[in-house]
Ligand binder design. Structure first.
Ligand code: ZN
Length: 198
């Protein structure tokens, strides 16, 4: 990397900390950025710092939002007695696109993954349990159907069962290993309709 000037080297090394960006991609992006018009680079940099400054976690469901509560949680028409547990804000967006779900969400921001050292306390599980103290009829577990997603689903179901709240899991219309955000809306709707009680 030292074949480049300090500025380019720094840009490449900053870009390569992003997920999925290896050194080669980081170099390509760096050169692309350098060739962009100055005002476009400023826009990009501004969008990053402003997003970081203004975006926060919804105080109820923990998705990312720029207000205290996200649009779903601040909508009085949503059914607060039904909570769908998802791994990421992207999964929540995927379900919102189906326009079939009228409950609210809980975003875990990850899944239990012992091989990466991610345990129950590293995701927003305690926050979910706290939410269950209010009047909740059903918790729908919509974590991915990966090993981590299934492990998380089992863990949550064991945790909630003693409270007597109904726990369901979205049906396996979602392909094994499938990530929710890449699945089409019809499949997602079907998976929700065909959910099974745990
Ligand atoms: Zn929310």
């Amino acid at each position: 990397m030292d074949m480049y000037s300090g500025y380019i080297g720094r840009l490449i090394s900053e870009l390569s900390v992003l997920p999925g960006i290896g050194n080669k991609t980081a170099q390509r992006l760096a050169f692309h950025i350098i060739n962009m018009p100055a005002e476009q680079v400023e826009k990009l940099a501004g969008a990053m710092t402003e997003a970081k400054e203004h975006i926060r976690y919804c105080s109820e469901c923990f998705t990312l939002t720029d207000r205290e509560k996200c649009p779903v949680c601040s909508n009085p028409a949503r059914n607060r007695k039904q909570i769908m547990v998802v791994e990421s804000p992207r999964d929540m967006t995927a379900y919102e696109k189906t326009h079939k779900y009228e409950g609210v969400y809980h975003v875990l921001h990850g899944a239990i993954n012992p091989s990466l050292g991610i345990g129950p306390s590293d995701i927003r599980l305690a926050e979910l349990i706290k939410r269950l103290q209010s009047d909740v009829d059903e918790v729908i577990i919509a974590t991915n159907s990966s090993i981590e997603g299934e492990t998380t689903a089992m863990y949550i179901s064991k945790l909630i069962k003693p409270t007597g709240i109904k726990v369901t899991r979205i049906a396996s219309g979602v392909p094994v290993g499938g990530e929710l955000e890449y699945i089409d809306e019809i499949t997602l709707s079907r998976a929700l309709d065909a959910r099974v009680e745990l």
